[in-house]
Design a protein around this ligand. Structure first.
Ligand code: ADP
Length: 210
């Protein structure tokens, strides 16, 4: 999973000031201690930090044993996915481009009534621009690649299968979905995104000791 900005901040502080108490971390981040309770508990459970009684938090991240290659073969989507960036199908192309910049995402998922309806990539936006589309008026639903032609991933899917899908379909990113049954119709809730960047991060992690 990707860390939140606050979790990244906590990790950096503990790395640089360990051992450090939660009060001291809170004071460096200018927040009250209770704000950090969930993040500290998540980071401790993930063995990124260790809470030593009467001493404070220490950084464990670098000491994590590397996975063996057979363990890496079992890494699943939920372990490496990023949060999803999605807009409603009625949003204008212009606003969706702004979202793409603000969210720093190369692919945006499009929702209809909260469910996956399509995908838009940078090239889709460029195509509509050179075609002279009125970007402030035309909704993204018109230019997206739409269901059922969307290649999807699920949380428990092995990353090797995702890598194969990305190569086979020549796309940069897949929506990570959970299925819901709507009177016999399968609908998809988007719960994350998995991209070439996540695959690259995993690759670097695999060979970090080299
Ligand atoms: P880029 O536009 O940056 O080259 P992609 O290669 O991912 O990005 O997209 C190429 C085309 O494939 C676009 O038309 C886009 O809408 C479509 N596309 C992107 N992701 C998917 C996906 N997961 N499933 C189906 N089509 C996709």
């Amino acid at each position: 999973m990707e860390f939140s900005e606050r979790q990244k901040g906590i990790i950096e502080i503990v790395k640089n000031h360990e051992p450090i108490t939660s009060e001291q971390i809170a004071s460096l981040l200018s927040v009250v201690r209770s704000t950090l309770r969930t993040d500290l508990s998540v980071l401790t459970k993930m063995h990124i930090l260790e809470a030593r009684p009467k001493v404070g938090y220490c950084y464990l991240g670098d000491q994590l044993p590397s996975k063996t290659s057979s363990e890496y073969a079992k890494v699943t989507v939920d372990e490496v996915m990023s949060r999803s960036v999605a807009v409603d199908e009625k949003m204008s192309i212009y606003d969706a481009i702004v979202t793409m910049f603000l969210e720093d995402a190369g692919t945006i998922f499009v929702l209809s009534h909260g469910y996956l309806a399509g995908v838009i990539s940078r090239k889709d936006f460029i195509k509509s621009a050179i075609g002279g589309a009125d970007m402030k008026q035309i909704p993204v639903g018109i230019i997206m690649t739409r269901m059922p032609n969307i290649v999807i991933a699920t949380v428990n899917e092995p990353m090797i299968d995702v890598a194969r899908k990305i190569m086979e379909h020549e796309v940069d990113c897949l929506p990570v979905v959970e299925t819901e049954d709507d009177n016999g119709d399968t609908k998809y809730k988007v719960v994350g995104r998995i991209s070439k960047t996540n695959l690259t991060e995993l690759y670097v992690e695999m060979f970090k000791d080299m």
